[in-house]
Design a protein. Structure first.
Length: 271
């Protein structure tokens, strides 16, 4: 990561990195993503898919699962082009994050509204509490790789550093799809990579007649002192007994660290 990229990330919450794209891997990544999308649309494989009210997929998880049989996604997560950026922000003590495909429903425009990736932090905190959340050390680093031109991610630059305005709070809680005057469309050309901060105000805006096929990925910082948490329902598929052996050997340590941080409920344990 260059000093200029780091400065831009700290100030605005995003930066583009053309050299983070593994060019030789792109054709197979695109082919694998299309195979996954076709299987999900046909419901031949169902791991965890976000669907519209008309049952159209708009985000596909489970890419590491052996049911999809697409090992290239794990290879991509650990590729030499991506990892130096991850290490620059999070260090080398990591645990597995997430990887999914963002796509567009074919029958309607779709969006999931303004939000921050706050996990279980309160969305309606006062200024002091919200600033305390925003000022925590960064423990996750995420990016998008566009396999087709993509202008679906809208982001409010610099909002990862400050308390939201009254108008922004209305957009977060009520008028979820209203424009925010300072929003910026994150234009991505096919094969381009964008790193961005999940605490920034952002939304996704998909059009039914504009193809979207982007890989969204993240890594997490790991410490043995971290407190285990109840497993995210979107990631329960990663607890499957057949997953670890399907992952490449270099990923096992990162998976094992992720697995050690998950608390399963009795319902999950009983299936």
């Amino acid at each position: 990561m260059t000093d200029e990229q780091l400065k831009h990330f700290n100030q605005y919450g995003y930066f583009y990195a053309d050299d983070a794209t593994p060019r030789a891997m792109l054709p197979e990544l695109e082919a694998a993503a299309r195979r996954v999308y076709d299987k999900v649309r046909a419901k031949d494989v169902e791991i965890f898919t976000h669907r519209t009210d008309s049952d159209e997929p708009w985000a596909v998880r489970g890419l590491f699962a052996p049911e999809f049989n697409e090992p290239i996604f794990a290879d991509y997560m650990m590729c030499d082009e991506v990892m130096p950026y991850v290490h620059a922000v999070l260090g080398k003590e990591l645990r597995l994050g997430a990887v999914l495909i963002f796509t567009n429903p074919r029958d309607q425009n779709w969006g999931f509204g303004w939000h921050r990736d706050f996990g279980k932090h309160p969305r309606d905190a006062g200024e002091e509490e919200e600033l305390a959340i925003l000022n925590q050390p960064q423990t996750s680093f995420k990016w998008h790789l566009a396999l087709e031109d993509d202008e679906c991610l809208h982001l409010v630059p610099g909002s990862h550093r400050r308390y939201r305005t009254d108008y922004e709070f209305a957009c977060l809680s009520e008028t979820r799809h209203a424009d925010i005057p300072s929003q910026k469309i994150m234009y991505l050309k096919k094969g381009q990579t964008l790193f961005w901060h999940g605490y920034a105000l952002h939304r996704g805006v998909m059009k039914k007649d504009v193809e979207r096929l982007s890989i969204a990925s993240s890594w997490s910082k790991h410490s043995d002192d971290d407190e285990p948490k109840e497993v995210d329902k979107r990631l329960r598929w990663m607890l499957a007994d057949n997953l670890r052996d399907f992952l490449p050997d270099p990923m096992h340590v990162y998976y094992d660290r992720w697995r050690s941080m998950q608390i399963e409920t009795a319902e999950e344990e009983s299936g």
